[in-house]
Design a protein around this ligand. Structure first.
Ligand code: PAF
Length: 289
């Protein structure tokens, strides 16, 4: 594995690989790798000739009150993990390298951002879309891998790739879950033991919603109430949101139809967890996949 810190060197290397007709799998991250990232890397390794991992804590996507300077970083650990996963190139630019002059252009995401987690993070997805535009142009991936746990980010990236005609296949990788269904996250370690037991109810409530849809329920309000009631009966955490939208458009629905997302965010004493399920809903009873 080679660590590359400059845009110029990364672009040259990609040029060489492309001239050899190699497919490029790209996993963009902000480092401090966890199991979710490793799942993306494993899939990228299986599906491509070469794998590029980027580690860049992107200041543009942090709000003024957010934790850019204290965001966890451990490059040596990340590097060893990347080596174990068979990464070919680890792109690790500095902030100066990525934004070395005040930029004259920034990507503004017009839709899919004012709901779910984006509601409380104005400008966050503009920062994500701007850095990904740069990274896509530097790495020129054949396929780019993102975890569907952050379904709103995947929806925004889908819009970016489509609207800007990036010749990239977006691969949304399924949520990895603990045995009791809790979505894996590096934040789960911050749950108190009692909260950890209770947190399994989030996924259980999403599964109950799926069962209700399979039973013929198509009213988004009923589904939201069902999920909220089940979560609040299961623990003392505080619901941040439970929402039902079309996916990936993230628009309100009068009636569940087509591809839909049911998403929840729940606050515990020290940590906020998110989870979702995405379903294909038809108008026949039982029509949910
Ligand atoms: O999901 C992340 O880690 C970041 O938002 C991403 C996609 C690497 C862009 O900085």
């Amino acid at each position: 594995m080679r660590v590359i810190t400059t845009i110029h060197e990364m672009q040259n290397e990609i040029k060489t690989q492309k001239s050899l007709s190699k497919s490029v799998g790209f996993v963009p991250t902000m480092g401090f790798l966890h199991e979710g990232h490793l799942t993306l890397l494993k899939k990228a390794r299986l599906e491509n000739d070469i794998v590029v991992l980027s580690i860049f804590v992107n200041p543009l996507q942090f709000g003024p009150a957010e934790d850019f300077s204290t965001y966890p970083r451990d490059f040596n650990r990340d590097k060893s993990l990347a080596e174990c996963e068979g990464v070919d190139f680890l792109f690790y630019p500095s902030v100066e390298e990525m934004y070395h002059h005040s930029s004259s252009v920034r990507v503004v995401v017009q839709e899919r951002t004012d709901v779910l987690c984006g509601k409380s993070r104005p400008g966050h997805f503009d920062g994500v879309a701007t850095v990904l535009t740069k990274l896509f142009n530097i790495v020129l991936p054949t396929k780019a891998y993102f975890g569907i746990k952050d379904a709103q980010q995947v929806a925004v990236v889908e819009g970016l790739i489509t609207d800007f005609n990036f010749p990239i296949e977006l691969i949304a990788v399924d949520i990895v879950r603990e045995e009791d269904g809790l979505a894996k996250s590096s934040r789960n370690v911050n749950l108190l033991p009692e909260e950890r037991r209770q947190a399994a109810v989030i996924y259980k409530s999403l599964i109950a919603a799926k069962a209700a849809i399979e039973g013929g329920e198509r009213d988004p309000q009923v589904i939201k109430s069902l999920v909220s009631a089940m979560i609040t009966s299961g623990f003392k955490g505080q619901i941040d949101y439970v929402e039902v939208y079309s996916y990936p458009q993230l628009k309100d629905l009068a009636k569940l139809d087509g591809t839909c997302i049911i998403a929840a965010a729940v606050k515990f004493s020290k940590v906020r967890l998110i989870d979702n399920i995405i379903l294909e809903v038809s108008q026949e009873i039982g029509g949910a996949k």
